[in-house]
Design a protein around this ligand. Sequence first.
Ligand code: 9D3
Length: 236
Amino acid sequence: MSFRATILTLFPKMFPGPLGESLAGRALATGVWSLDAKDIRAHTTDRHRSVDDTPFGGGAGMVMRPDVIAAALAGARDGRPTYYLTPRGRVFTQADAENLAAGPGVVLLCGRYEGIDQRAIDSSGAAEISIGDYVLSGGELAAMVMLDTIVRLLPGVMGAAESAEEESFAAGLLEYPHYTRPAEWNGRAVPEVLLSGNHAAIAAWRRAEAEKLTRERRPDLWAAYTAAIASTAPRP
Ligand code: 9D3
């Protein structure tokens, strides 16, 4: 039983999009996962196939109708975790990706306009999720981001080397800088320790670089990292 992703969207032709290329695309072609992008408009019942209407209470924009959304969800759900992608949601994390990759799949509901009538969300029990604090024009790109993070974690999608690398990100540090040939390029030398063949020294240098970068760029990650070290240090 492979991982199944169902997308509910007004723009099904946006899929698979970038997920049809590279790592995710190869896994899609070989059946590691499957993708079904369903058109929300197929669940309209009126002559004009309306999916939206003006907001009660006034204001700008349009709101997606609860009856249409409920019908679309009813036709898609089968026990898989269901998310409504919205800037109001809790922010999606690597831990969410890991949990979802261990399950049967996911149903992702993409909004357009100002969003979806709240009653359709509340009655469905779908979890509201965001990919970060910036404004997209709809949920489709956010759904693709979520699927990209999940699919690369599915068994057999990546090699053992990358899986080991995953653990170092889980340790909560930004990655150290990488170098390849030539050893000198445009007057810039590769850090000497990397040419030394001294594996302990190389590991120590990489750890120090990762810590410096994390402290400088991501005080939030640095605080969590130092707190984790403090709590696992031997008691005096
Ligand atoms: C003026 C109020 N806007 C909220 C900031 C309304 C609004 C703008 C854009 C409502 C929805 C959208 C479309 N965005 C998404 O559907 C979306 C999203 C996002 O914009 N940022 C981060 N994660 C996500 S998940 C879905």
